[in-house]
Design a protein around this ligand. Structure first.
Ligand SMILES: CCCCCCCC(=O)SCCNC(=O)CCNC(=O)[C@H](O)C(C)(C)COP(=O)(O)OP(=O)(O)OC[C@H]1O[C@@H](n2cnc3c(N)ncnc32)[C@H](O)[C@@H]1OP(=O)(O)O
Length: 246
């Protein structure tokens, strides 16, 4: 774990020097932020990427408004008002359990970014918003695929589709039993997804067996007429200690 932390923090073995004077010289001066920037990174309010931005097309907005109209935003410590869907906020930092404490976690998060939320240009890659139903049996994601996700000409890369399926089913599984890890993911690609298009990704909890959660998933056109992808996923609930093992 200590070795992993050191790697994440750019080769410096100690966190304290990272905060004050670095114990080893940085590879380049930009790898260690000035104190004021660090304070801003640690305490500034995170951006919720699941809210609309100027890159969202008409179909993305229409579906967002459709599901959002039936949703209550998840607010920590507050109960839902009994509506069918709940929008799940989405931030670009995910390390909550892996770091052994909030303080450590915040320092590591100053560098780590969630894979799907680390491209700054709005609309260039993964634009998506996730809603979960109240009983947590289903999750739906409205996904608009940007031009940086190209695989075959004009269409979305299979790895990007897998990433989104893992994200949607993983978020779904986490909402049921956090923390979890993907143990198995099977994907059938049935028809290509055009770049720039908006699709629906729906995740359904099939069954749970002890620590195992079996989830199925499909990707369709927004009117449901075209099946793009089918998948099944197995998630296993883990202990925080499992992540600390590295
Ligand atoms: C916010 C965005 C959310 C994004 C979510 C993204 C989620 C991810 O991508 S996670 C990253 C990719 N996944 C990984 O790196 C996981 C690597 N694998 C592991 O860490 C471990 O193998 C792990 C945690 C899956 C299971 O290990 P462990 O906790 O020791 O459980 P283990 O005892 O081996 O297995 C538990 C059960 O699951 C079953 N199982 C484990 N792996 C598999 C598998 N690949 N296929 C089928 N069954 C499996 C076992 O047979 C066992 O079943 P039973 O209880 O009936 O005997």
């Amino acid at each position: 774990m200590a070795r992993n932390l050191a790697r994440i923090l750019g080769g410096c073995g100690s966190l304290v020097p990272f905060m004050k004077t670095p114990a080893c010289p940085p590879r380049n001066s930009s790898s260690i932020p000035p104190a004021r920037t660090l304070v801003q990174m640690l305490f500034s309010k995170s951006r919720d990427f699941s809210l609309p931005n100027s890159s969202w097309g008409e179909e993305m907005m229409r579906l967002y408004e459709f599901y959002n109209g039936q949703s209550d935003v998840e607010t920590e410590g507050e109960e839902n008002q009994g509506r069918e869907w709940k929008r799940l906020p989405s931030y670009n930092r995910s390390l909550k359990y892996a770091t052994g404490g909030v303080y450590l976690s915040k320092i590591i998060q100053s560098k780590a970014r969630l894979f799907t939320r680390n491209i700054r240009e709005p609309g260039a890659a993964f634009e998506y918003v996730l809603f979960i139903n109240k009983e947590k049996e289903r999750c739906v994601c409205v996904f608009q695929a940007g031009h940086l996700l190209e695989g075959p000409p004009g269409h979305v890369h299979g790895g990007a589709i897998a990433t989104m399926i893992d994200t949607v089913t993983g978020t779904h599984a986490s909402a049921i039993s956090a923390p979890v890890m993907t143990a198995n993911l099977n994907i059938d690609y049935r028809s290509p997804i055009p770049l720039g298009s908006t699709v629906l990704i729906e995740s359904t909890l099939e069954k749970t067996e002890g620590r195992k959660l079996y989830i199925s998933c499909k990707v369709t056109s927004t009117d449901g007429s075209k099946r793009h992808t089918d998948a099944t996923a197995l998630f296993v609930s883990i202990s925080v200690a499992h992540l600390l093992k590295g």
